[in-house]
Write a protein that binds this ligand. Structure first.
Ligand code: SF4
Length: 372
């Protein structure tokens, strides 16, 4: 600790880091100063210290699959290489039988503890499609948690059903939905959304649907997709909005910063974004996430999916405490040609043990399943 204090003493962000070590989380202005600073190593040193103080030298992961149940989508986000318009030759929608077969195989082969269910905004799917899938999973595989449907998918289902998002959330919860992923947030600033996803729900709508989910007893992850067209103040505003909602509901279990992958997306084709944000930016975002959210949102997830296993190992030392999931069956990020988009539990366990950390396998609610 004294070594850390010495190193941060002469830095331009020393007051923020010293406050963080004293348990005072940075607010908007200090978050902005962190984002504008290049003292990434010092941020990581401080964030890593806070993380080890809270979790020891231990990292968790969840054995899971992703069911990208449909790639049919009418929302045309410019950062997405996954979707296909209705009627496209490459479009697909999984049947209930397909879903059951995938879950059954994953349970028998991997003893998964979570199904992450996400897909396009498919106007042909009513709420009963989801209700049947969730009921089937929860009744046949009670140890598997159902983590699914971003706020924008919930909004789409409500529009298809001509119902409210609250009513849809309530029906989905009754049929077995247990928690909500943070996708669809991207950056919670509408001037950014107007460029990258103009047909998607607004920032206020994302916040409202999340708040409704939390109030119904559905906890969630919060995410941030950085590296597209946002400014540092947009990122600070994103953090601020997440913090404000968490103050009211305490419904977020985890925060996941992940980087935009431009390959095969319209944003790249239009030359708006040419490259991914890269490893240095990942470490900065992980460290700032820990500094801003330590003890307030319980977990910070490393982002192996878009940055690879090696970067995720370093992220665990820069403020992340959770490695994420095995993500068997991932199809969204793989459309960008990004590296391998699934891991086995053994590879994650090896990666965590390589850095001298204990490995905790967890369930959907971050409860311990077993230690490795
Ligand atoms: S990110 Fe989601 S909503 Fe946007 S185009 Fe892709 S599948 Fe559709």
């Amino acid at each position: 600790m004294s070594q850390i204090i010495e190193q941060i003493h002469s830095s331009e962000i020393s007051d923020i880091l010293e406050n963080a070590l004293d348990g005072k989380r940075p607010e908007y202005d200090d978050c902005l100063r962190l984002l504008e600073s290049n003292e990434i190593h010092l941020m990581g040193l401080t964030a890593g210290h806070l993380t080890r103080k809270r979790f020891g030298k231990k990292a968790s992961f969840v054995n899971n699959i992703i069911l990208n149940y449909t790639n049919v989508c009418i929302t045309d986000c410019k950062f997405c290489a996954f979707y296909r318009p209705p009627g496209d030759d490459e479009s697909y929608t999984l049947s209930l039988e397909n879903i059951e077969a995938r879950v059954k195989t994953a349970w028998e082969l991997y003893k998964i503890r979570q199904v992450l269910i996400q897909g396009g905004h498919n106007p042909d799917l009513g709420v009963e499609y989801y209700e049947e899938a969730f009921r089937m999973i929860r009744s046949k595989y009670p140890k598997i948690g159902v983590h699914g449907l971003s706020t924008s998918e919930i909004d789409m289902i409500a529009r298809v059903e001509k119902s409210s998002t609250k009513e849809i959330l309530s029906r989905l919860k009754d049929s077995g939905l247990q928690s909500i992923p943070g996708a669809g947030a991207e950056i919670l600033v509408d001037s950014v959304k107007d460029i990258i996803s103009p047909k998607k729900i607004t920032s206020d709508e994302w916040i409202r649907i999340m708040r409704e989910a939390h109030e119904l007893g559905l906890p969630a992850s919060a995410t941030m997709m950085y590296g597209s067209v946002e400014s540092t103040s947009d990122i600070a505003e994103h953090f601020e909005k997440i913090v404000q909602l968490q103050e009211k509901t305490h419904g977020f279990m985890a925060f996941i910063p992940w980087s935009f992958e431009p390959n095969n997306t319209l944003l790249q084709k239009e030359n708006t974004v040419r490259y991914g944000a890269g490893g240095t930016q990942l470490l900065k975002m992980i460290a700032i996430s820990r500094l801003v959210l330590d003890g307030f949102i319980p977990h910070i997830q490393s982002s192996w999916l878009t940055n690879g296993v090696g970067m995720a190992q370093i992220a665990l030392q820069y403020g992340a405490d959770d490695f994420g999931g095995t993500l068997i069956g991932e199809e969204v990020v793989s459309c960008t040609g990004s590296r391998s988009t699934e891991l086995t539990d053994k590879k994650i366990i090896d990666a965590i043990q390589q850095i001298g950390y204990q490995v905790e396998e967890r369930d959907n609610f971050y409860n311990t399943v077993c230690m490795h």
